[in-house]
Design a protein around this ligand. Sequence first.
Ligand code: UDP
Length: 327
Amino acid sequence: MKAVVTGGAGFIGSHLCDHLVARGDQVTVLDDLSTGSLANLSYARRAPGFRFVEGDILDRQLVDSLVREADAVFHLAAAVGVYNIVDNPLRSLRTNLHGTENVVEAAVAYGVPYMVASTSEVYGKNDADGLHENADRVYGPATKSRWSYAAAKGLDELVAYVHGLESGVPCVITRFFNVVGPRQTGRYGMVVPRFVDQALSGEPITVYGTGTQRRCFGSVFDVVPALLRLMDTPEAYNQAVNLGGHEEVSIKGLADRVVELTGSRSPISFIDYEEAYGEGYEDMQRRYPDTSLAARLIGYRPERDLNDIIRSIVEHRDAADPLPQPV
Ligand code: UDP
């Protein structure tokens, strides 16, 4: 099969490429290397038929020319990371809105099945005990920068869904809940790689707010194989599917766990949100996934707990350190 992976040099995209080449697919990556890196593709790039194209998903002609040759498109390119969204609001909005429109419209025009990566951010401040796919979206005011990402991703889903519905071209929407693992960078805000880097370098661990906010981290090693299975499952077409982990932890609890597992002497330092992200930032207090739909569709059952996740990040922190390859 010929697969196009947008954002294939990024964290989740590069793990997906590893799986695709391991099963013998010919993979073309489209990535502008804004937050991803070629180092992430050091395994996939060795495969026959692998092609890397440096470019922007806003380049409609380029997107068209790659998608028309493909048998499947995995759309993971996006502006990601809280710092990135807050620092570059217009650029992020354009990439996440029009970039997705370009990819989906090309996929539909050429009849190519497509997957669009979305996020648990679409649920906003809904802190229900187990967010199922039909849970309400609860957003703060449009003037607060964080919500522009949630709003854009929500529209991406609609673009994917309505096109899929009207054209009959297979479409899967995946909502990632705090997916973490090796290759994720802390540069743009993601908390787990930041805490691991801080712990290993002996710097203070920066907990924002009170640290009582809770998250449920999912392993990239559990989530990525699910993407391939969902694309092969007709019952999943035109659905949004939650993917993530099962172990919930407070951010202060995460800091303690990272310190314990790394044997670090780093102190924990509490920092105001304003100092961390600038004025007007709003955080979510809780976000816990209901993954029963994925379980029903493809037997999804996350196997890695938080300790496994932290250990795998510590173990493969050096980019030159090869990851275990998918079989
Ligand atoms: N966070 C933190 N310290 C950091 C980076 C993030 O305490 O150095 C917090 C952040 O405010 C949020 C949680 O960790 O409450 C998860 O942040 P991340 O950006 O990884 O994911 P998201 O907010 O999208 O769930």
